[in-house]
Design a protein. Structure first.
Length: 322
């Protein structure tokens, strides 16, 4: 029977994820209001720019769920292979926002009242919007709306051209992605210490520990020769910048079940550099891949009408300037 090292077990677990055509995961911010407020205070915000208490409360219980579906294994997929993607941000009180891309449409909905509280700025009542707002009323009411991606590309492209802004940077090609993954693996092999332990219900834990500053410095050192292959405008931090990073040791706990990755836990409290941040972690849970579906009853958001009618209406502009 083949005996695998802790690093090899982790490598195989990630390789198995890459073979899937549909993948879902849930990211949970494991923190509390006091820790978020202490972290915000450490950043020395300007008076009046402190994180609102409502925002800290929402973030402390927030979860992000992501699903990706491709017609090819994910480690072989490019942007054109994707059949659907979905992202949802939820809190203990319900869903905060949701976004799906399926076919030629983007589908969006959000709890605008909750987001307004989080930002400390209440949103207008849907009944107060002008008639030309159209589907924006559905947005305010938290209903599903859909946007034609081709129409969006045309509108945003014309806007960039009118303002003299460059086109969006191209995404990474498959060859560059493989180079980046190779660089990442080489750094992990050099700098990360692995240890295994048995868990409950037939699970196994692989713990990976490394000094944070050393790890990121080595990683960016490997990436710098690849800058020419990255999209234009990408700037990497210098060694001088990275000297400011905390050098506390960080441990990621990978839970494997039957050799497959089921959960990752990372404690980031030590990186905050203050004892006031007592709870700051991330938990990533792998889920059975549920295919993204088209939401029923979504209203089409006409971007041309919206830009020329609602936002560009003389009534609104004159009112705000007077």
């Amino acid at each position: 029977m083949e005996q695998l090292s802790a690093g090899q077990k982790l490598d195989r677990a990630f390789e198995e994820l890459g073979k899937k055509k549909t993948l879902s995961f849930e990211l949970d911010l494991d923190t509390d209001v006091a820790s978020l407020e202490a972290l915000d205070a450490k950043s020395d915000p300007a008076p009046g720019e402190e994180i609102p208490e409502q925002a800290a409360e929402l973030l402390s219980g927030a979860k992000i769920t992501v699903t990706v579906q491709s017609k090819r294994p994910l480690d072989e997929s490019g942007e054109k292979d994707l059949l659907g993607t979905a992202l949802k941000v939820s809190t203990p009180d319900g869903d905060l926002a949701e976004y799906r891309v399926i076919g030629d449409f983007i589908y969006v909905r959000a709890d605008m009242a909750a987001m307004g509280k989080m930002a400390g700025s209440p949103v207008p009542d849907a009944d107060d919007l002008p008639p030309e707002a159209g589907a924006m009323k559905d947005v305010i009411e938290g209903k599903w709306v859909k946007i034609d991606t081709k129409e969006m590309e045309k509108v945003t492209g014309e806007s960039r051209k009118a303002e003299g802004r460059p086109a969006p940077a191209p995404s990474l090609d498959a060859k560059t992605q493989k180079k980046l993954m190779k660089a990442l693996r080489e750094v992990i092999a050099r700098e990360v210490k692995f240890k295994t332990a048995d868990g409950k219900n037939g699970t196994e834990h692989v713990k990976a520990t490394a000094p944070f500053r050393t790890l990121v410095t080595e990683l960016f050192g490997e990436i710098r020769p690849l800058v020419k292959d990255l999209p234009p405008g990408v700037e990497l931090p210098t060694d001088k910048d990275l000297k400011e990073a905390p050098d506390a040791k960080v441990t990621a706990d990978f839970t494997l079940k039957n050799g497959a990755l089921s959960q990752v836990d990372v404690d980031l409290a030590k990186l905050a550099g203050t004892a006031e941040v007592k709870k700051l972690g991330l938990t990533l849970r792998m889920r059975e891949g549920a295919k993204p579906t088209v939401p029923a009853g979504a209203t089409k958001l006409d971007l041309n009408k919206l830009m020329s009618g609602f936002f560009g209406s003389p009534a609104m502009g004159d009112a705000e300037l007077s």
